[in-house]
Design a protein around this ligand. Structure first.
Ligand code: MOS
Length: 705
């Protein structure tokens, strides 16, 4: 059995030796390098652009200002990260907005000229402070409802014996993928040939076709290796459109590699949220009411809803649940999906509130969650496709040693250091899309899997060959994979934790069809892999190929689908230096069948480490006076490094989800990062008795007057 084997990453060697080519590495003869000049103010109007000094830099070819690239905005397309298109008019709507594009024969020349370009902007008043603007929250129409209600929260609260109401906050956070976004655009023969660091080549193709009024078959998009995406590369962003427009304008290939600073403003970030939670319960812990209202910061030029209340609709059995998601439009760059969007921030509020409720009820936090275990979706009424969260609570608590937790805060620790334990539930809705794949067997036994999916660090180059090898009975060494090209069979984007279940199912279907074809050619079932070559030779075939397509069915729509987890954290807090140190972290996850325990474990451990960042470090401060994100690089934006990361352990429930996908998988990409933030805050309460409702947890959060 190849499925379920902990195979090592098939692309490890090319990555660690530097052989893997990223967009910035591509040798493109005649390519010009492009650098954006961006606005330092959050609102204003461009008065003038003085090119004289910039044009003296040797190697400069062109400098484009607003309206000079032949593009018009906005672009209303589901694959575009933002509708508003910079460089189309003189208006400044957010800090970091491109105001000019410099093209030169080398990157150094382009950067030098960009630095010498004199752009004069008349600033205008701006509104950038999220904290001061919650009353401006508005409801907009989005892909998921932004208001839901079942039962009556008023009745539920009237029946409650204990109620909790509080506000919780999560910070603005950036993706900071190691590889900055990069694109090479070629306008050729009235069409587009694009290399771009993206999670979704078919999305880029569709958006480009609309923007440039081309049939999709005149647009080819490739994405080879991607050095992390986390959602920042999930949509098509202005720098990609503008690179194409520039290539058309100068009739040469154009490459744009965003400098690190511009990755903080040009392709989204996770917006800050404020969440107000009200819980009502009986003394035995039974929930009678859940109200979850969430606000997120958004841009004046665009819409982005961080659905902070999404998880509260489905997490706990409760007859009365009301949720609302509102956005506050501000002069700031467009936010976007970031690994574990929606539930990632949203479960911070719900799961700290549950800990507060457990404390008020004098009840064990795990016990409170089991008391309110949802056997079906409380909002939609649908049964779950599969759910092994009860296993996760039990396995996680055992592995962690939860039984040793003191119910009394600040009760113990060596030499004045206080040790605390906290836990939280995790939930991520399962997203699925249709996908196609082709599997080809050569006479020499080598096999190729082809699909327009992408590897962004998740293990796709291992998982997909593994699924094909399993179906064909071949060793994985015989199976290669080709990804990230719109000339390959269509797959959805590598996002939403959906690639294994969606594309993996397509690969499985193609490989099974291929095996059946070989058996038909052989005239007998039960063909052995060592007989494949013989069968091909007999029919004078060099290769056989089959395509497989998988899509969610209408019948499966009768089920609610979520990935689940239970996260347990231990912290140590010293009395005079109250920086919480996480000493241990255990996550137990219910994600359907595990195709490869090694890459799956890597995914959830990476996610948990990111969760430690949400809990303790990641905070992209936006200066409300300047309307400007202060952080512009790794020096000013803190993420966990090895020294911050304690013993992290992950376990998986034994599960096969028959409704999520034919291979039994749901998804592991995002669930690992959820719940950690709340679990750390809850552990800090257990250690110190101080309730922190605002992430990341700062020293000043714990300095009590
Ligand atoms: Mo993710 S935020 O679905 O890349």
């Amino acid at each position: 059995m190849t499925i379920g084997a902990p195979l090592p990453r098939q692309d490890a060697a090319v990555k660690v030796t530097g052989a893997a080519q990223y967009v910035g590495d591509l040798e493109v003869p005649g390519a010009l390098e492009g650098v954006f000049v961006v606005s330092a103010v959050a609102a204003g109007r461009i008065r003038s652009i003085d090119r004289a000094d910039a044009l003296t830099v040797p190697g400069v070819v062109s400098i484009f200002g607003p309206g000079q690239l032949g593009v018009t905005g906005p672009i209303e397309h589901w694959a575009a990260g933002q509708a508003s298109m910079p460089m189309t008019d003189a208006e400044i709507r957010y800090e970091g907005q491109p105001v000019a594009l410099v093209l030169a024969t080398t990157g150094i020349a382009a950067r030098e000229a960009a630095a010498r370009l004199v752009v004069t902007i008349d600033p205008l008043p701006h509104q950038s402070s999220f904290a001061a603007s919650l009353d401006l929250g508005i409801e907009i129409k989005d892909w998921a409802p932004t208001s839901t209600a079942v039962g009556s929260v008023a009745d539920g609260l009237a029946a409650a014996e204990v109620t909790i109401t509080a506000r919780y906050r999560t910070a603005d956070r950036h993706h900071v993928a190691l590889e900055p976004s990069a694109v090479v655009a070629r306008w050729v023969d009235g069409g587009i040939d694009l290399w771009t660091s993206t999670q979704w080549v078919f999305g880029v193709r569709a958006a480009m076709a609309q923007m440039f009024s081309l049939p999709p078959d005149k647009v080819r998009v490739r994405s080879g290796y991607v050095g992390g995406g986390f959602g920042a590369k999930g949509s098509t962003w202005p720098h990609e459109f503008l690179a194409v427009a520039a290539s058309r304008a100068v009739a040469a290939p154009v490459r744009i590699v965003l400098p690190r600073s511009q990755t903080f403003t040009l392709h989204g970030y996770q917006p800050a949220t404020v969440q107000e939670l009200t819980l009502g319960a009986r003394n035995d812990g039974t929930l009678t009411a859940i109200r979850h209202e969430s606000w997120n910061a958004a841009s004046v030029a665009d819409d982005y809803v961080e659905h902070g209340s999404l998880g509260s609709r489905t997490m706990y059995a409760c007859p009365n649940i009301e949720t609302r998601d509102r956005i506050v439009r501000l002069n700031r760059p467009q936010p976007t999906f970031m690994r574990a969007p929606h539930e990632g921030p949203g479960m911070v509020g719900l799961e700290i509130a549950m800990d507060e409720l457990a404390d008020r009820l004098d009840m064990d936090p795990v016990e409170l969650r089991i008391r309110n275990y949802a056997r079906h979706d409380p909002t939609s009424g649908k049964p779950f496709s599969s759910k092994a969260l009860d296993q996760c609570y039990r396995l996680g608590a055992e592995r962690f040693g939860w039984a040793r937790r003191s119910p009394v805060p600040a009760a113990w620790g060596p030499g004045g250091v206080r040790i605390g334990m906290g836990m939280a539930s995790a939930l991520m809705s399962t997203f699925r899309f249709g996908a196609s794949a082709r599997v080809t067997l050569e006479r020499d036994g080598s096999t190729l899997v082809e699909t327009g999916a992408h590897e962004i660090g998740t293990g796709v180059r291992t998982i997909l060959p593994q699924i094909a090898a399993d179906a064909l009975g071949l060793p994985i060494e015989r199976v290669r994979v080709s990804l990230g090209d719109t000339t390959l069979p269509e797959a959805g984007g590598t996002f939403g934790s959906a690639t294994t279940l969606s594309v993996g199912s397509a690969v499985r279907i193609a490989a099974v069809k291929l095996k059946e074809r070989l058996e038909t050619l052989a005239g007998e079932p039960g063909l052995e892999p060592r007989e494949y070559a013989e069968v091909l030779a007999l029919h004078r075939l060099e290769r056989v190929s089959e395509e497989g397509t998988w899509a969610p069915t209408r019948e499966e729509g009768a089920y609610a689908m979520n990935a689940y987890g239970a996260v347990f954290v231990e912290v140590a807090v010293a009395p005079h230096d109250p920086v919480p140190r996480v000493t241990r972290c255990v996550g137990a996850f219910s994600v359907g069948r595990i195709i490869n325990p090694r890459t799956a474990r890597s995914q959830v451990i990476g996610g948990m480490i990111w969760g430690l960042g949400q809990a303790l470090l990641e905070d992209s401060r936006l200066d409300p006076a300047l309307g400007r994100f202060v952080a512009k690089g790794f020096g000013s934006y803190q993420i966990p490094v090895n020294a911050d990361v304690p013993a992290v352990d992950a376990i998986f429930a034994d599960e096969f989800d028959p409704h999520a996908s034919p291979i039994g998988a749901r998804g592991v990409g995002e669930i690992g990062t959820i719940g950690v933030g709340a679990a750390v805050a809850n552990a800090v309460f257990n250690a110190t008795g101080v309730r922190v409702r605002d992430l990341p947890i700062r020293v000043e959060s714990l300095l009590q007057p």
